[in-house]
Design a protein around this ligand. Structure first.
Ligand code: AMP
Length: 270
């Protein structure tokens, strides 16, 4: 496994590589990341994993500084998975050039997390564009766990490049809680609570198969979750899984949630 830090190391290491799979991460790796890596290894000749906590996608400095890190453990995981390349760039190298055209989200995309985290997706798209230009992968593996991110990045990257974005299912623990680096910030009690919320939404989706979706129904569900679990909810919404337009029918749609347990923000979709 080669560890690459500088962009010139990338050019040198990748010059004879064909069909390269790329798994971008912010580190603190878990089985969700491992699943993406395994998919890349299955579909590509070589796999590169990046570990970079991108400052520009955090709309809150405290959140950026408290983002969990564990490089030593990450490298052990990647070694065990027989990843070919690990790219651990520094901020200076990624942001060495100014972009010609600022990234601006269309009004119709300023929904869900874009509404609650100002500048977040602009930061994500910017860094994904930079990483794609540096690495030039054939395929990028991304998780449905961050569904809105997946759709926005796919649209932007595939329009400009030959690179294909491959979406991968969300990996969950036995309580149906989506694995996330941020789960590390939760204590045991809150982890159990987050699992119960996931289970509740899983059954809510089944219930919606035979029920009409109304604003009032969603409002009631939000109030119930807030009261039952003592959480703050940014949004609970049902949207078409392709267009992300509000949906009144669960068919071809997903339930999206973003909420806080003890100041830790979690997102999921079902
Ligand atoms: P992150 O390190 O949180 O920025 O995530 C890096 C990639 O892993 C993103 O494409 C995420 O969508 C994906 N990912 C995060 N959690 C999971 C999960 N539980 N299952 C599958 N993919 C995930």
């Amino acid at each position: 496994m080669k560890i690459l830090i500088k962009n010139k190391d990338i050019n040198e290491a990748l010059k004879n590589v064909s069909n390269l799979g790329f798994v971008p991460t912010m580190g603190c790796l878990h089985k969700g990341h491992e699943y993406l890596i395994k998919q890349s290894k299955k579909k590509c000749n070589r796999t590169l994993v990046s570990i970079f906590i991108n400052p520009t996608q955090f709309n809150n400095k405290k959140d950026y500084l408290s983002y969990p890190k564990n490089l030593k453990k990450d490298l052990n995981i990647l070694k065990k998975l027989k990843v070919n390349f690990v790219y651990i760039p520094n901020k200076k190298d990624i942001y060495s050039f100014k972009r010609k055209k600022a990234i601006v989200l269309k009004k119709e995309n300023k929904i869900l997390c874009a509404k609650f985290r100002k500048g977040h997706f602009e930061g994500v798209i910017d860094v994904m564009d930079r990483l794609t230009n540096i690495i030039k992968p054939n395929k990028i593996f991304m998780g449905e766990k961050d569904y809105q991110q997946l759709l926005l990045v796919k649209k932007f990257i595939e329009k400009k490049n030959k690179t294909k974005i491959i979406s991968c299912k969300t990996v969950r623990n036995k309580n149906r809680l989506a694995l996330s680096s941020r789960n590390q910030l939760l204590n045991k009690r809150d982890l159990i609570k987050a699992g119960k919320i996931a289970k509740e939404l899983f059954y809510f989706k089944i219930f919606l198969k035979n029920s009409k979706i109304t604003k009032n129904l969603l409002h009631k569900k939000i109030e119930l979750l807030k009261k039952k679990f003592d959480i703050k909810i940014d949004y609970l919404d049902i949207r078409n899984k392709n267009s992300l337009k509000p949906s009144l029918n669960i068919k071809n749609s997903k339930i999206f949630i973003a909420y806080y347990i003890n100041n830790v923000r979690l997102i999921d979709n079902f």
